[in-house]
Design a protein. Structure first.
Length: 345
């Protein structure tokens, strides 16, 4: 597997490395190092040659006397600044997916809905060089963008990552036999439609974890999991992150926070033929009316309906060109299955 250069902080900064410059006000600028190039600000210039060959954690000054800290971008920095075709899974959620989904070194992980590649990067780090991440994506343009971002992040396409363009329900049984997948991560509009294929591919004890945006999606997926009788009682949650302002005795919560981004639903595969324990429930006063159930479950789930922001038209084509541009290599558009392709994107 191609390792990410920014996971090796002892390495000297070199041509082609992406670095982050931070000024005294906390403003961050991301640049790609190149001999002879200049970083321009309205208050002066920084020569790339003053940084190339040195280590991270240094201070460089521009021609106007302004100091900048120099570091390689962290995972969060990279994800929030990379080209996007679709909304990314935020680090606060990808961290929970990796830990609560128990993504372990050497695991075989299937991901459905690659988006712009943010979650794929976290999964690849977690499985390590001995594990496998196989992503499935319906839209070819998103697969192209994700492959470029992933190759950019790892300084080359990881050998243990593959992507298939197609419907998970149709492609997963062709790619994996029954009980051969350790973990399945679903980041898609209608994850309940994939449960037949997912339940067959998952090994007993395997984990399925879904990332959904809205309450109706959350409800439908949980009830669909229960209806299969193949999974343990689902856990549902969301994460919110609030920073704090700390300056001497002035200590208070920040005015802004990263609140709702999505819900996580986690369940484990039961052994074949074994029914999950039935959850004890309080008796309900009356059954839900049919029209209420129809209003909740029948409407088509679309990106617009759940408020997803997706690049379109000229912006989408621009993002496709930018993803992986740092590597200065040409990558063919993702086809039906790019597992055999070793080209970087």
């Amino acid at each position: 597997m191609t390792e990410a250069s920014h996971t090796e902080p002892h390495r000297a900064l070199k041509t082609g490395d992406k670095i982050q410059l931070t000024d005294p006000k906390g403003r961050m600028h991301t640049i790609v190092l190149a001999p002879g190039e200049l970083f321009h600000t309205h208050k002066g210039l920084i020569e790339h040659d003053d940084i190339i060959g040195r280590t991270e954690g240094i201070i460089v000054s521009n021609t106007g006397g302004i100091d900048f800290q120099v570091f390689r971008p962290r995972y969060e920095d990279f994800v929030l600044s990379m080209p996007r075709g679709a909304a990314v899974v935020y680090p606060k959620d990808s961290g929970l997916i990796v830990t609560l989904g128990d993504i372990f070194p050497g695991a075989v992980v299937v991901e459905a809905g690659v988006g712009s590649g943010a979650l794929s990067m976290a999964l690849l780090r977690a499985v390590g060089p001995t594990g496998v991440v196989h992503s499935f994506e319906l839209r070819e343009e998103f697969a192209t963008i994700a492959a470029g971002n992933i190759a950019d992040f790892f300084d080359g396409r990881p050998d243990n990552w593959s992507i298939t363009v197609g419907d998970l329900s149709e492609e997963l049984p062709l790619a994996y036999g029954d009980g051969t997948v350790d973990r399945v991560v679903l980041d898609m509009l209608t994850p309940w439609n994939t449960l037949d294929a997912v339940s067959s591919a998952l090994a007993p004890g395997g984990v399925v974890i879904a990332y959904v945006a809205t309450v109706p999606q959350l409800s439908r997926f949980v009830e669909a999991l229960r209806a299969t009788e193949c999974f343990s009682e689902p856990q549902s949650m969301e994460a919110m992150v609030r920073g704090w302002h700390v300056d001497g005795l002035a200590v208070r919560p920040d005015h802004r926070m990263v609140a709702h981004t999505g819900f996580l639903v986690i369940a484990r595969r039961m052994a074949p033929g074994v029914l999950p324990l039935e959850k004890k429930k309080r008796p309900q006063g009356s059954a839900a009316a049919r029209e209420d159930v129809d209003a909740w479950t029948k409407p088509e789930v679309t990106e617009a309906a759940v408020g997803a922001r997706v690049a379109q038209g000229k912006k989408l084509r621009r993002v496709m060109r930018e993803a992986g541009k740092r590597l200065d290599r040409e990558v063919p558009t993702t086809g039906s299955n790019t597992q055999e392709s070793k080209e970087d994107q």
